[in-house]
Design a protein around this ligand. Structure first.
Ligand code: ZN
Length: 489
């Protein structure tokens, strides 16, 4: 099996060696969402980036175990160890059980991910379901002397870790600089150093979501779950760890420290980070009023949106940029992406109807090689898409008779589009959905008319049969004052 992946990774770049994965298996762990609000534009990019990687590794023949966690406890408001747990806070504000909050936003996240046509991970573990594993890791770190307990909470000793291993490898931060630049410890702060981070926090009285432990009734620190669950499901050393660039520090840096200190070796072979999405050049933030949820985009109901944008338009828009580049969201950019996507889908339809000639004037093999090279060059989707548009030109030229293609050429071109457009880029043809909808509308009109005629002539056997058969097929018809309506389900 070929192993052409040359994924950027600051760790292996330092070594200047790209080590191969272990075919045929590849383990991939991606930091998933903290489910305390509706999924937004910022969730779409990592989801699509790692879906692309998952799909591509699978296409290359790897058997991928793709683990993406759900954070449902321990993620405090400001990413350091301060503030309220994000889920507990939402539960308090919405007057819900914390697990109701988790379920509610996890459901929305999953629905949005389906709309974006991302494949489901192989395992989707939740932090609250792995308290025992996390406590075991805390015990291991205490035993090895990289953690200390104070007043029922346990913290990771970054300075001690830094003496044996280097802290900050991934983000390029140097502990001495961090020490010089961090604020003085506030009086009530019980950590030895401000950059130490919580492994276990003692719960305040009345705190929701807490578990008994050797140290206190409490809850795990945010970074701990990813070390515990990646080791549990992918082993002590695994191939790829992914997430958004905003997670590099402190989250991933802390994960590296925990896993390395516990195992005595580095756990992750390749770190892959997607860049962020900005909106009209600005960082996305609730306080700036430019926080757009995926549902708002799909429906077009946000003051910044001129229209609705379909899930495949959003997916195509994200894939048009390299995952490590910044990407700016604007109406114009989305409209342009929508047009590009439509052109691609139109070409796929034309490709289905192309007629072969005896000889070919076009070179599909060359195009196919270029597509593979683009993907092998650190998942260079913008280049891949430009090659696919060269394919669109070929399709249109053959269709209007300026170029010719033989049987074998058509077959190769169909395979190329099937592989790259649908299997790897993960696009689906939404234009077919509306056609199916239009057809369903017309067929239902005929059926409802026939049923109406049967009732007019008092042939209730026929009208009831139509209603019952439709019910079996998953269609409900209702008599309303505005006439007969139908719906699925
Ligand atoms: Zn994580």
């Amino acid at each position: 099996m070929s192993n052409p992946l040359s994924i950027y990774n600051s760790l292996s770049r330092q070594k200047e060696v790209f080590e191969p994965l272990h075919p045929p298996f590849a383990g991939m762990y991606v930091c998933g969402p903290t489910v305390y609000s509706n999924a937004h534009l910022g969730h779409a990019r990592p989801a699509i980036t790692f879906d692309l990687l998952f799909r591509y590794l699978t296409h290359l023949g790897y058997q991928v175990r793709y683990v993406r966690n759900i954070t449902d406890v321990g993620h405090l408001e400001n990413d350091a160890d301060e503030g309220e747990d994000k889920i507990v806070k939402t539960a308090r504000l919405q007057n819900l059980e914390p697990m109701e909050v988790v379920q509610k936003y996890m459901n929305t996240f999953h629905r949005n991910m389906d709309q974006l046509n991302t494949l489901k991970p192989s395992i989707e573990p939740r932090a609250s379901g792995h308290i025992i594993e996390q406590q075991e890791l805390v015990r291991q770190l205490l035993r090895k002397g990289f953690a200390y307990e104070i007043n029922g909470s346990v913290y990771f000793d970054v300075e001690k870790y830094n003496r044996k291993y280097k802290y900050g490898k991934l983000s390029g931060r140097i502990l001495e600089d961090l020490m010089a630049n961090t604020r003085e410890l506030e009086g009530q702060d019980e950590k030895r150093n401000p950059f130490d981070f919580a492994l276990w926090k003692k719960a305040a009285p009345g705190h929701l979501m807490k578990w008994p432990s050797d140290w206190s009734d409490g809850y795990p620190g945010w970074h701990l779950e990813c070390s515990a669950m990646s080791i549990k499901y992918l082993g002590e050393v695994f191939d790829i760890h992914g997430g958004g660039m905003d997670l590099q520090f402190p989250h991933h840096e802390c994960e590296i420290a925990q896993s390395t200190a516990a195992l005595g070796k580095e756990s992750v072979r390749y770190w892959v980070h997607n860049n962020m999405i900005t909106i009209n050049g600005q960082k996305m933030a609730r306080s700036l009023g430019n926080f757009i949820t995926l549902d708002q985009i799909f429906r077009g109901d946000h003051p910044l949106l001129e229209q609705a944008f379909s899930p495949m338009t959003v997916r195509f828009f994200i894939l048009q940029a390299h995952y490590r580049s910044t990407l700016d969201f604007s109406n114009e950019a989305l409209i342009a992406a929508g047009k590009g996507y439509q052109r691609l889908m139109k070409a796929v339809e034309t490709l289905g109807n192309l007629k072969p000639s005896a000889a070919s004037t076009v070179d599909i093999e060359d195009l196919s090689e270029k597509c593979a090279l683009a993907m092998n060059d650190d998942l260079n989707t913008p280049i891949l898409i430009s090659h696919l548009f060269d394919g669109v030109k070929i399709i249109n030229s053959v269709n209007d008779g300026t170029e010719k293609i033989d049987d074998k050429g058509i077959e190769a071109l169909r395979k190329l589009f099937d592989d790259y457009v649908f299997k790897i880029l993960g696009l689906r043809d939404e234009t077919q959905d509306s056609k199916t909808d239009d057809l369903a509308e017309e067929l239902m009109k005929i059926i409802i008319d026939l049923r109406g005629e049967a009732r007019t002539r008092k042939d209730f056997t026929t009208s009831d049969r139509i209603r019952d058969e439709l019910k079996k097929a998953g269609v409900t018809i209702k008599d309303t004052k505005d006439g007969v309506k139908w719906e699925r389900g």
